[in-house]
Design a protein around this ligand. Structure first.
Ligand code: SF4
Length: 361
């Protein structure tokens, strides 16, 4: 049975009242909610099958007592945002781009969020004006910053009027050529992608890109697809980002369906993140070995259009590294007989798992 709500649910009691959590779990869920924000929009609630205890949408958004267990290695700031923040609102890990964190609220709160200790009502909700000005000054003073990535929180929680101002301010900086927004809103609240919102996201002097966060094919409903189409038809190219999550998308068939759905929506699969070491999220993480095996299978099932990069954010803030399987290895030196045309010989694995020599003998 699906739900059908008019408003966002923000407490365990409301989740129980709408059949999305069990009354017996309420005491534990209240403890979870005291630490990590809860929000389930009508669009997301409508996707949840209350009769399925393993529903992949519920696993992403309905709190669980498992979140009360912090495992070794888990960290409140797993990818080192604080250590790489030169001024409030800015995170910089690379020379040519910065994250610009304008808000700390989201339409929905994902149970695996790597910023779960930083987002939600009651945290600093929006960057104050003075800090916003200092962050802009930081970007303006550094000509090597080519791309600004609006994140948070979810930047599309800002009003169109505020977003228009941000886009105007950033695009007025000559060296900022790309403004990328990372968002869950087209899936979590598709109606928010209004004509006014779309118009606010276009800015003369810079190119806008949008990265959509979705983890299961069923999130790409007709309404979500229409919201994405409004953005893309307005000239805003889209890429995807997903998190590999146990019980949500950790099968080859599940990933295949998700990536095909993105491509059907004109969204190029971009990142498949390995789950970050955020506190209380071990039950949603897979192993790296399993992720690599899934990527190997995906390569055999779908075209290059549907292939994301499987990436790990290195704890502490050293950036992202691709961690997908390796298809090319140097021939074992004990078997190495000669160099061919000055090049070493390699073993390359095809999509069926068969190994070939390159150059061939
Ligand atoms: S929308 Fe993004 S920032 Fe917000 S809770 Fe989900 S993963 Fe975290």
């Amino acid at each position: 049975m699906k739900t059908n709500l008019a408003t966002t649910l923000r407490s365990p009691a409301e989740l129980v009242a709408h059949g999305l959590a069990r009354a017996a779990d309420l005491p534990d869920l209240e403890k979870v909610a005291a630490r990590y924000a809860v929000a389930v929009t009508p669009a997301i609630a409508d996707l949840i099958d209350r009769d399925n205890p393993d529903d992949p949408i519920a696993r992403q958004f309905i709190p669980s007592a498992d979140e009360l267990k912090t495992h070794p290695g888990e960290n409140a700031d797993p990818i080192g945002d604080h250590a790489h923040s030169p001024v409030a609102g800015i995170v910089r890990r690379y020379p040519d781009r910065v994250l610009f964190k304008l808000v700390h609220v989201c339409a929905v709160y994902c149970r695996f969020c790597f910023r779960r200790e930083m987002v939600g009502p009651g945290k600093d909700s929006a960057l104050p004006d003075e800090a916003y000005g200092k962050a802009l000054a930081y970007i303006r003073a550094r000509r090597e910053i080519w791309e600004v990535i609006l994140t948070g929180g979810d930047p599309l929680m800002l009003s169109p009027r505020r977003l228009r101002q941000v886009m105007t301010d950033l695009s007025a900086i000559d060296h900022v050529r790309i403004i990328r927004l990372h968002t869950r809103v087209p899936v979590a609240d598709p109606a928010r992608i209004s004509r006014e919102m779309v118009q606010a996201l276009r800015a003369d002097g810079a190119t806008t890109w949008m990265a959509l966060h979705a983890n299961h094919a069923s999130e790409l409903t007709a309404a979500a697809r229409a919201a994405c189409a409004r953005l893309i038809d307005a000239g805003i190219p889209m890429v995807s980002q997903s998190v590999l999550l146990a019980g949500v998308n950790d099968t080859a068939a599940g990933l295949e369906a998700l990536m095909r759905a993105f491509v059907e929506c004109r969204i190029k699969p971009y990142y498949l993140h390995h789950g970050d070491l955020a506190p209380g999220t071990a039950h949603l993480r897979t192993t790296l070995a399993h992720g690599q095996e899934l990527m190997r299978q995906l390569r055999g099932r779908v075209s290059g259009l549907c292939q994301p990069d499987y990436v790990l954010d290195i704890p502490g803030g050293a950036g992202k590294s691709p961690v997908g399987p390796t298809y090319l290895v140097r021939q074992d030196s004990s078997l190495q007989t000669r160099e061919v045309a000055g090049e070493m010989r390699y073993r390359v694995t095809d999509y069926c798992g068969d190994v070939h020599l390159y150059p061939p003998e």
